[in-house]
Each structure stands twice: as C-alpha cells, then as structure tokens.
Design a protein around this ligand. Sequence first.
Ligand code: CA
Length: 366
Amino acid sequence: MRHLSAGLCSLILALFPAQDTTEEGHPRVRPVAGQVVVWRASSDKIEDLKEAAAVPPSDRLGSRAGTPARLLIEPDLFVTLRGIKATATEGLAVARSGKKIVLKIYRGSVLVENVETELELETAHGRISGRGISVLVDVTKDAMRVVAIDGRLTFLNELGRVELSGGETSTASAGKAPSAPRPTVPEREAGWVKDLDAPANIITNGGFEQGTSAWRTYVYWNGKSVLNSDPQVARGGKKSARVDLPGVQFGPKTGGSSATLDQQQANVLSPGVKYFLRFWVRSQNLRVGDKDASVRVLVGSGLAQTYQGTFTGDAPPCEGEWRCGRFFFTAEHADLRLTFSVAVDADAPVDGTFWIDDVFLAPVPR
Ligand SMILES: [Ca+2]
C-alpha cells in the first residue's frame, strides 16, 4: 500500500474495511480470455494470471497493455476488461462482502455479467448494483458512464439515483447526480466484447446471419415449419431465428416433439466440464393456454428418440424486448443437443412467436 497516495488509500480502505488476510474468503478469479494480469500488493509485482487464484482486495487486476481480456470471479460473474492496467494506483479491485461481490475500478472499461451473485461496482463517481444483469461501465478521471445491456440495475451516488433497464444509459460527472436514463443501442456499445466471444463459441451460426443453417426444427404445424429466418428482427447483425406457434399442441400432432429450434453437434463437449450458455430471446404474445409462457432451453444428447437431458432452464420474461438468458451446466455427454422450446406443463396449445439470436456456448476454463 506504500505506493498509494493518502487520499486514494483512504478511499480504498473505506470501500474494503479491514478483513482477514488469509486466502480463504477472498474471491477466486479465473482467467478466461486474453491476457489477464494481477498486481500483487504483497510483492509489488505484476504477474500473468494463468490459472484460478484467490485475489485479496489489496491486489489489482488488469490486462496486459490494456487490451481486452476476460476473467471469471467464481462462481458466476464474468468481467471483461479494456483499458485497465494493473498497478498500485489503478486496476480492478475485487472483494467479497457477505454474499455480494464488490468491484472497484479507477479508469477504463468493464463489461460485467452475472447470473445469481449480487454485484456492486464502485468508482469515484458512483456505484451500480444488481443481479442477473449485463452492464458496461466506462470510467474516466471526470465521469462514469453506465450502459445497461440487459436486466435492471441501480446507479447512484451521493447526489442522486436512477434505475436503468437494458438499452438505457446514464452518466455521472464529477459533482453531479446520475443523468436521467436515455436509450442507446447496447449491441453497438458492447461490440468490442464480441471479438473475445467469437473464437470460443461452440455454436455454429449462433447469430443466424446464415439464416437457419446448422439449425433445424422438429415441429411442423399444418404441414409448415414453425422455424424461419427473420431478416426484419435482430438483436445482433441483421437476422434472427423466428419461431411461430399458431395454437400448436405439442404431442402426437407434432410427431411427439416440442423441439422448435435445435442444433446438434457430435463430439464437441467434454463430460464433467462446466459450460456457459448465453443467448438472447424476445417474445410476442407467447402464451400456453390462457397463461404467459417462457422460452425454455434444453441441453442434452442424442436424437429425438433417444434424447438424454443434461440441463433445462427457462429464459427471463421477454415480451416485446430482447432479454439475455445465461446459464451454467456441466456436460454429461460428448455430443451436444441444444434445443429452444416453450415451457409447457399441460396439454394446452401454445400461441405466439419468439425470436432467438446471438447464441454463445463455451467451456469455463478449469
Ligand atoms: Ca443475428
């Protein structure tokens, strides 16, 4: 800590009050993509972070030369960094506070995605908090800009507070309250993050820019495929997959299948390894009988007749807006079958439309 100025030091101490200095209890940080580095307070040296390690709040994470890099704060919080150098007076600090993970950045950009863990992110200009969110934060000496990519979060400082939903942005400059939320295009704002995703993605044509190539449907209704490429609606790029369900009753009339959108690949998973699945979904008037319905994602192995399930998850409500589904699962089979359908618990017919775009699946490094 001897390199820190007194002002900064007190700021950090206020954020991370004295706590035990053993490795136990400190968040474990796992490098995922790019070159993650850590400045160790104990040695005053910068090291490459090559495998999962406990990171005490006094250390600083960053990337080599500030190039984009991604890390996972276990169990489920991804942080993608840009322009963040690991030094005594900069970088990303990580602390655990009860069940919450608290991040502090001084300068640069981060995109943070979390599933269940509650997140708090602090800068000199304000603080955000939320769960099940994706958020981009740009910090300079004079201001902090927040872009909610997905989910709902709170952005506050001593002078005010706003609630942001996916697709909204707000800025807090020195000595000012967070500005009123304004609409933005999250996909464009977070474009630089996509470059890190693409090489790791197991899914073929996950953005549906090649139409429905590499995907199929098992559901035909009145002789028509329920699956089509939609060139009018997209979360990323210019197209998405569109599934139309005009009163479809899954069962004998659909050949016993409810797999409305399906991709299968042989020998692409390692059994026992944990995977991260992310996709974007939007629905319109999607109902089962007289109730609102959710889009359901299933991971399994084998063809329809021999389907062996590994994982089932329901996407967040997404009526009229793009929302992000994020899930972890542990592979049980080498073959992948990824299916999107609708959560149907009774024999009621399914009505409405849903769209899927930007499907991403990659192993979490061991
Ligand atoms: Ca697309």
